[in-house]
Design a binder for this molecule. Structure first.
Ligand SMILES: [Zn+2]
Length: 235
């Protein structure tokens, strides 16, 4: 038995080079033997990436709707009406609307996917409100949160795409926007609960996120100053 001198992987006699790091195998006691038993097949099949969008879309559709349909049928057979399975069907429909656009859409994929996802998530939540006993939460709680979240994600996508940011600046932007979103969610939740906005838990999230963003911006600044120094003084 030989072992690779570089990475220590166990080697068969049929290996002239380590399969992991390609280091040449040198073992005078166990020389390379072309005909020894191989650990894996010699032939490599090249798998060509099949760029068949329609086929993938069809597969995604089947994989989304088959479980939903199965659940509805099982539910109907057991209780003679669709109850719990409706939630599964709605969830799978929403999931499908998130999976499909990135496969089918070619231009402005992220923005279109976000738009379709937002519409379908809102529609899904509206349908759930129709079937649960507790009413009145969709318009005043779920929809504002979904729209806010989508709007924030849209801003982040557009910023990352069209505004030239460094990695640290982008992260600082992301964190401060998330902090802002958490506050908006608490405002919406408070309005829904008792029309009385009192910021509590969101501030606990807001403050550290903003602090982290500020630290990132400072570090970014420093790096810039360093780069300037390097350019000017050839350090
Ligand atoms: Zn090796």
């Amino acid at each position: 038995m030989s072992y690779c001198v570089n990475c220590g992987v166990e080697l068969r006699e049929s290996e002239s080079h380590c399969p992991l790091c390609d280091t040449k195998v040198v073992n005078p006691r166990k020389p390379y033997n072309e005909n020894a038993e191989r650990a894996y097949p010699r032939r490599y099949d090249i798998v060509l990436p099949a760029e068949n969008r329609m086929m993938t879309a069809l597969l995604a559709t089947i994989l989304s709707f088959l479980p939903a349909l199965t659940c509805v049928i099982v539910d109907y057979v057991i209780s003679e009406k669709a109850t719990w399975s409706l939630y599964v069907a709605i969830a799978m429909g929403v999931l499908w609307s998130f999976v499909l656009p990135p496969i089918v859409v070619r231009k402005h994929r992220d923005v279109i996917s976000l738009l379709i996802g937002t519409i379908s998530l809102s529609l899904g939540l509206w349908l759930i409100e129709k079937i649960v006993p507790v009413k009145g939460w969709f318009m005043s709680l779920a929809l504002p949160i979904v729209i806010c979240a989508s709007f924030f994600i849209l801003i982040i996508i557009l910023a990352a795409k069209y505004v030239v940011f460094g990695v640290l600046k982008m992260m600082a932007f992301f964190f401060s926007f998330t902090a802002l979103m958490v506050v908006v969610i608490e405002i919406v939740t408070d309005m829904y609960m008792d029309d009385n906005v009192q910021l509590q838990w969101s501030l606990i999230v807001f403050v550290p996120l903003v602090l982290v963003s500020l630290v990132m911006l400072v570090v970014e600044r420093k790096k810039r100053v360093k780069d300037e120094m390097r350019k000017k003084f050839h350090i």
